[in-house]
Design a protein around this ligand. Structure first.
Ligand SMILES: *Cc1c(COP(=O)(O)O)cnc(C)c1O
Length: 405
């Protein structure tokens, strides 16, 4: 089924605005996606009609809000094919989910244990593990990457051992768009009894992961990268892991009983959901999943693959332009540089033309170090982008090259 892009674009009010007198060309989807009217309406509806705190009120508004919030949790469960709804922890986003797990492993890791982290991680997937290693004496080892922007799977196999307790890898690299072979990586880690956490922040706007089939131990994502609001996301954890990990934060909602002598914790998922959550955000997260499923992930993937191919071809016609990462398994992210021109300068000229791209290290400095560059220009496409917008990007890059070289 082909996408009706014109109709889809109508759902996104922001796409009608101009920037510096030019129609906005939004190609920074890997940083955050735009929001359709359906998601915006859902937030307005909550605050206009049934704003109340959840899980504790007997009154009607509180019951309506609780029902909507819990129904969003069930949507997340169904979308990712998760066994139990209490294995869905609603977090403030990917970073929160990772820190929750890293903090919980403090009581599990011992001196001499090892954590494997891939070389193409986002900083939010490196720093919490470094902190965990400092707390526990565990050691972090890096799964190296290859020139084409894929992970070195032979090196991964060689690094795995009985000492490996955890493996951390992103499903899709935000800097390069590489889709990592997580199913294979999870299977291999499990042969050594190691748990695997997959960072799905970059993946979930492009593909629909089946977490039960993947048999992954933990999976995290952020709603704002998949047409939902900021400040909400999910941590999936296998029940046995979530039971083993201690609470991350203390507070209201996460307790069963409190006295000054001793507190007992609430059951899952509430044990990990201290305090009043982002209620509107949670409900809108569900609305965003409904919206994407209404379009269909197969149609999205097919359309975006077409955009990626077209943009790659057209950009490579520009002399001196280099694209980083050439894995055959990729999503619609293109990281590139123009000879020695600084990415920031290219991004500034593109912005004058109304084109939004990301420049810099994309929170993935180790990837930039690998290619011995300070950063790249990153154009990341969504299903609401068009070929005409690709043409504008290519024209803009040519103009930047003329002005800067
Ligand atoms: C965006 C992103 C993150 C961080 O997500 P937050 O929403 O900022 O917590 C982590 N990893 C990857 C791969 C990302 O793309």
């Amino acid at each position: 089924m082909a996408l009706d892009v014109a109709q889809i674009r109508d759902d996104f009010p922001i796409l009608k605005r101009t920037v510096n007198g030019k129609p906005l060309v939004y190609l920074d989807n890997a940083a955050t996606s735009q929001k359709p009217q359906q998601v915006i309406d859902c937030i307005v509806d909550y605050y206009s009609r049934y704003n109340a705190n959840i899980h504790r009120g007997v009154h009607t508004l509180s019951q309506e809000a609780t029902e909507a919030y819990e129904s969003a949790r069930k949507k997340v469960q169904a979308h990712f094919n998760i066994g139990h709804s209490h294995e869905v922890i609603l977090t403030s986003g990917t970073t929160h989910g990772i820190n929750l797990v890293a903090s919980g492993f403090t009581s599990i890791m011992k001196q001499g244990d090892e954590i494997l982290v891939s070389a193409m991680e986002h900083h939010s997937n490196i720093v919490p593990w470094q902190m965990l290693c400092e707390r526990t004496g565990a050691q972090m080892k890096v799964i190296p990457m290859l020139e084409d922007g894929t992970l070195d799977m032979e090196a991964y196999q060689a690094l795995l051992s009985q000492s490996t307790k955890l493996v951390f890898v992103n499903h899709i690299s935000n800097a390069l768009g590489t889709i990592n072979p997580i199913a294979q990586m999870i299977d291999r880690a499990h042969e050594y009894g190691a748990a695997v956490l997959v960072d799905g922040a970059q993946a979930c706007s492009h593909i629909k992961p089946d977490l039960r089939e993947l048999d992954v131990d933990f999976y995290v994502t952020s709603a704002h990268k998949l047409c939902g609001p900021t400040g909400i996301g999910m941590l999936y954890g296998k029940e046995e892991w979530l039971k083993r990990l201690p609470p991350y934060q203390g507070g209201g909602e996460m307790i069963a009983e409190v006295t000054f002598e001793k507190t007992t914790y609430a059951d899952l998922p509430h044990k990990f959901e201290a305090g009043t959550p982002n209620i509107a955000g949670g409900i809108a997260f569900g609305a965003a999943l409904d919206y994407l499923n209404g379009i269909g992930f197969e149609a999205i993937a097919e359309y975006e693959a077409g955009l990626l191919e077209y943009a790659t071809e057209e950009l490579l016609k520009i002399p001196g332009l280099r694209i980083y990462g050439s894995s055959s398994e990729r999503t619609s992210v293109i990281s590139f540089n123009l000879e020695d021109i600084h990415p920031y300068d290219v991004g500034t000229i593109l912005d004058k033309l109304g084109i939004a791209v990301r420049t810099g290290h994309h929170c993935a400095q180790p990837v930039m170090d690998f290619y011995r560059i300070p950063g790249t220009v990153r154009a990341s496409f969504a299903f609401y982008n068009t070929r005409e917008e690709v043409d504008k990007l290519v024209e803009g890059v040519k103009k930047a090259q003329m002005m800067l070289s």
